[in-house]
Design a protein around this ligand. Structure first.
Ligand code: FAD
Ligand code: MLT
Ligand code: ZN
Length: 476
């Protein structure tokens, strides 16, 4: 499947032998050295069901020292590895391409410390995002990121992909929130950059090399993350709008009138909403519109915030920019509204093959791309829809077809990347480059930047064993 859709040749790595398995069993025990084909099916397949590896070995270390011993051994033996967290990645980075050994962080899920004064939390990389958020909530804190995949993704996976999500607008990206990282290099060397200080200007800030490098420079074993106070008052508005111009105008108004309590500003088009309604039977709380927005506020005074959001909605309705809307304040109603946005990706998968694009665009071009692609593809597709983190200029453009079709793929790529580059956007806003987009990276990165990336890769992983075939383009 993978090699037919994405031509790629296996690198000059060793093949795993019985002696190698014996080494891993001695280190981890047989229950943490998985070789059963049925158990490997899931970890070999990505969330979208598009790329599939053929690894015969999955390792489940519990400590940094075990990760170090595994990598040191693999490096000496030239065995390629694929680090894996919750396997919710959307660019094929989390699954092997050939027979790479999967190193899972599933059992590295200890929270080491919570500093209730500073809000800094130190934990192992395999903590599931939602579980970590629940854990810190007892101290009045929250993890500063939230994704639809929170029930499965790991904090280490989040850091490795520099995940964005629904509240980046308020809390910024992980290059800001992550204060420290501990990672193991391909050689097995443990790099301790696990600072818990908000300010630390002692030399190069090396943790940033691991944030967003998608498992290609090191395996993250621990993170220290700055957690803000958990808001006491959260309100959510769901708006229907007639034109995209109105969407942009409301975004501007939201920033100026709700700025200090604004925690999310999300966008859904009619086709995306129709997809969740049709495939997941979720119900929109308002009448059908071409566009929808979700506006969330988070603050400390519910009466004040509710009043502000109500006034905002009244004015927006009066101005005619919003033509239908509702506000939720109870957790269960808010969750129902969030489900409509968060479960769009799940509803698309039900339709068949999903061509998933995650693009940064200057706002005036944001929806034009969806319209142009829709026109360009016509009836060759089931759906061409747009949703995303409009407050961050991040469009999720998704195209569904019954099954994979090479002819359709060649009509989409590289057109979509050329379009993005022309308006100085980014071909990956938050999902990363992974396996699927590596040969398109030049649309968003200069030759000199790619050359420096290659130099860093060969310095930190001279044998190229860490997540090969990912991030960097093929050598042509
Ligand atoms: P995996 O998928 O297991 O791995 C992702 C990459 O990181 C791979 O390259 C892997 O090799 C590497 N990796 C994983 N763990 C480590 C480690 N400890 N050390 C080194 N490398 C590692 N993404 C967003 O940015 N924003 C969203 O809003 C968002 N919403 C999503 C909603 C749904 C329903 C789904 C399915 C996905 C969504 N994603 C989103 C994508 C995905 O959830 C994120 O990229 C997430 O951060 C991946 O975490 P994970 O633990 O599943 O990592
Ligand atoms: C989202 O924002 O819903 C995620 O990034 C997943 C997706 O793009 O489908
Ligand atoms: Zn997203």
């Amino acid at each position: 499947l993978t090699s037919k859709r994405y031509p790629v040749t296996r690198g000059q790595f060793s093949q795993i032998t019985g002696d190698d398995i014996n080494f891993f069993v001695n280190l981890l025990g047989s229950h943490r050295t998985i070789t059963d084909a049925a158990e490997l099916e899931g970890p070999n397949t990505d969330w979208l069901g598009i790329v599939r590896g053929s690894s015969a070995t999955l390792l489940k270390p519990k400590t940094t020292e075990e990760v170090s011993a595994i990598l040191s051994y693999c490096n000496k033996r030239k065995l390629a590895v694929c680090p894996q967290g919750g396997n919710t990645g959307l660019v094929g980075g989390s699954v092997p391409v050939f027979d790479e050994i999967i190193i899972s962080t599933a059992l590295m899920n200890e929270v080491e410390s919570v500093d209730t004064l500073s809000g800094v939390v130190t934990c192992q990389s395999g903590c599931v995002l939602e579980a970590l958020d629940n854990h810190v909530s007892q101290f009045g804190l929250m993890v500063p990121l939230d994704l639809g995949s929170k029930g499965s993704c790991h904090i280490g996976g989040n850091v490795s992909t520099n995940a964005g999500g629904l509240r980046l607008l308020r809390y910024g990206n992980l290059h800001g929130s992550v204060l420290g990282v501990e990672a193991v290099l391909a050689s097995g060397e443990i790099v301790n950059c696990l600072s818990v200080m908000k300010k630390d200007n002692t030399g190069y800030d090396l943790k940033h090399l691991f944030i967003g490098s998608e498992g290609a420079l090191g395996l993250i074993t621990k993170v220290a993350i700055n957690c803000p106070s958990r808001p006491q008052a959260v309100n959510l508005a769901f708006f229907g709008l007639q034109t995209f111009e109105d969407v942009l105008s409301i975004y501007k108004d939201v920033k100026s009138k709700l700025g200090e309590i604004l925690s999310s500003c999300e966008f859904i088009d009619a086709s995306s909403l129709e997809c969740v309604e049709k495939n997941l039977k979720l119900k929109s709380p308002i009448s059908a519109h071409p566009f929808y927005m979700l506006i969330e506020t988070s603050g400390s005074n519910s009466t004040h915030d509710e009043e502000k959001l109500n006034t905002f909605m009244e004015e927006a309705l009066e101005s005619g920019k919003v033509t239908d809307g509702t506000i939720a304040t109870e957790p269960s109603r808010m969750q129902n509204l969030w489900n409509i946005r968060e479960r769009i990706s799940e509803s698309l998968v039900i339709e068949g093959y999903v061509h998933k694009y995650d693009i940064s665009l200057p706002l005036p071009h944001f929806y034009k791309m969806v319209e142009d692609m829709r026109q360009h593809l016509g009836t060759a597709v089931i759906r061409c829809c747009g949703y995303g983190h409009i407050g961050d200029g991040n469009l999720h453009l998704n195209i569904t077809s019954k099954e994979f079709d090479q002819e359709l793929m060649s009509r989409i790529e590289p057109t979509i990347f050329e379009w993005t580059a022309k308006v100085n956007g980014s071909i990956s806003a938050e999902h990363g480059i992974g396996f699927k987009k590596r040969n398109f990276i030049h649309y968003s990165k200069s030759h000199s930047a790619i050359a420096l990336m290659r130099q860093l890769k060969s310095l930190m992983d001279p044998n190229g064993i860490l997540n090969p075939y990912k991030v960097l383009p093929d050598n042509k």
